[in-house]
Design a protein around this ligand. Structure first.
Ligand code: F0G
Length: 458
């Protein structure tokens, strides 16, 4: 018999979490205006809202915290992080930021101007937000296979090279400041991008003379999938694969809260001294001096250590197998999910799950609400509410896919928690035909509305 996978860590400290009754949850959710972001965390039993900043740091990361150097300028923690970035990712220049969207803010302040177009693969919501805030446009060139949850594709996060080239052929070159590739592609379901695709995008970028930026939140999970699925990589280490991936990038933005397994932090890294110098001005203005930029010294130390651990095969294997464990259980119950399973989360296809709820009544949000009421499990809507209104017409945008994302924090929950989540969702699935009404928006902000939206039952 093949030995099953098991976590490659053991637990040294625990945190209590609380169960609750359905009656309590009904009251709390009403008070939260049916927005799960408004719930205080003690009202959530298992929190799969995000895998961002919610992972458990290792003993070595905590030890590194104690050695943090809090000097304003030139701290040893800055140099530790600089060395880790150079060594693992290959970038000469870097700027620390307080998280990923801050990295976007600083870098886009240099690169994006009004009227620009930025092609990429399912830009993450803050990425799109930072582009649209500058009156520029994010153009989604993700391959069509990503939009059909039943279609199997090894690298569903990839960019369609023809769609990408079309953007260059149909628009003035000076309007396209760079190409952005999100690895893994979060909004398509944590789906990876192949090395071949990274190479092909690089070719287009070279042909038209524009830089390539990697939105790198889950770059190590992407490397894991390349190792597992792409010919020629099975015998390479994750770090070797990562080094090749970044040989095709000019710059990266990083939310360290994901694959670098820290609770807060981010950075921008680049090969161009010119972009670095321009970005430095904005970094000092928005984030902090160049050697800390929004991070404490101790946090930079933990991040340097996390980059190393996060790019180890063992870490990635137990994580991605746990995600697949949830996916496998849901599939065995007949629940429609994005396949193949992604790296950080299982994405439940809400349109197929709740066919009786019209898209105008936000099926994914409705399902996230039902799951919470059933079990105290918190997921997140990745659908029409998150998609915001069109910045020009102000009409609701209805993306092809309505997902409830069940994101699994790194090294945090056991498989018993995962089993609980799966059964909770099965119970909702068993009564899916009785769920015919969704929710309506009562109050919303003009951009990134999902965080603060207020809803009511239809
Ligand atoms: N890019 C991607 C692909 C992301 O998933 C995120 C954050 C960011 C950028 C922004 O980074 O949060 O550090 O400012 N994703 C989180 C999530 C919030 O839940 O998927 P941040």
């Amino acid at each position: 018999m093949n030995l099953p996978y098991a976590e490659t860590y053991r637990i040294k400290m625990v945190e209590a979490i609380k169960t609750s009754s359905r009656q309590e949850r009904e009251k709390w959710l009403k008070e939260a205006h049916y927005n799960l972001f408004n719930l205080s965390s003690d009202k959530v039993f298992i929190d799969l809202l995000t895998d961002s900043g919610t992972g458990a740091m290792s003993d070595k990361q905590w030890a590194a915290m104690m050695l943090g150097d809090e000097s304003y300028a030139g701290s040893s923690s800055y140099y530790n992080l600089k060395n880790a970035i150079k060594h693992i990712l290959g970038f000469e220049y870097f700027l620390p930021t307080h998280q990923g969207r801050a990295a976007e803010n600083v870098l886009f302040s240099v690169l994006v101007k009004e009227g620009d177009m930025i092609p990429g693969n399912s830009h993450f919501d803050t990425t799109k937000g930072h582009i649209e805030f500058r009156k520029a446009k994010a153009i989604d060139c993700t391959i069509d296979e990503a939009f059909d949850t039943t279609k199997f594709h090894d690298f569903k996060g990839s960019i369609d090279i023809q769609k990408l080239e079309k953007v260059f052929l149909e628009n003035p070159l000076e309007k396209i400041p760079f190409i952005i590739i999100t690895i893994t592609n979060n909004n398509a379901g944590g789906q990876p991008v192949s090395m071949q695709n990274l190479r092909d995008v690089r070719k287009i970028a070279d042909k038209y003379g524009v830089p390539v930026v990697f939105d790198s939140a889950r770059f190590a999970e992407n490397a894991y999938f390349i190792k597992k699925r792409e010919a020629g990589y099975a015998d390479k280490t994750i770090k070797e694969i990562v080094a090749e991936m970044y040989s095709y990038a000019d710059a990266m933005t990083m939310s360290s809260k994901k694959d670098a397994i820290v609770n807060i932090g981010g950075f921008i890294a680049m090969k161009s001294r010119e972009i670095y110098e321009k970005a430095t001005v904005f970094n000092i203005m928005f984030e902090g001096f160049i050697t800390y930029g929004g991070m404490a010294g101790r946090d930079m130390n933990a991040l340097a250590q996390g980059l190393d651990e996060g790019t180890e095969y063992e870490t990635l294997h137990s994580r991605i197998e746990q995600v697949a464990h949830l996916g496998g259980l849901l599939k065995s119950f007949g629940i429609p999910v994005q396949e193949p399973f992604g790296g950080h989360a299982i994405f439940v296809d809400a349109k197929r799950f709740l066919p009786n709820v019209p898209k105008e009544e936000f099926p994914a949000q409705t399902l996230a609400i039902e799951l919470y009421l059933e079990s105290g499990v918190r997921g997140v809507e990745i659908g029409a509410i998150m998609a915001d209104r069109d910045p020009i017409t102000r009409e609701n945008r209805f993306p092809e896919l309505e997902f409830v994302r069940l994101a699994i924090p790194r090294r945090t929950y056991t498989n018993n928690h995962i089993n609980y989540v799966a059964v909770a969702l099965k119970n909702v699935f068993d009564r899916r035909n009785e769920i015919k009404k969704g929710v309506k928006i009562v109050k919303e902000s003009p951009i990134l509305r999902h965080f603060t939206v207020e809803l009511d039952k239809v």
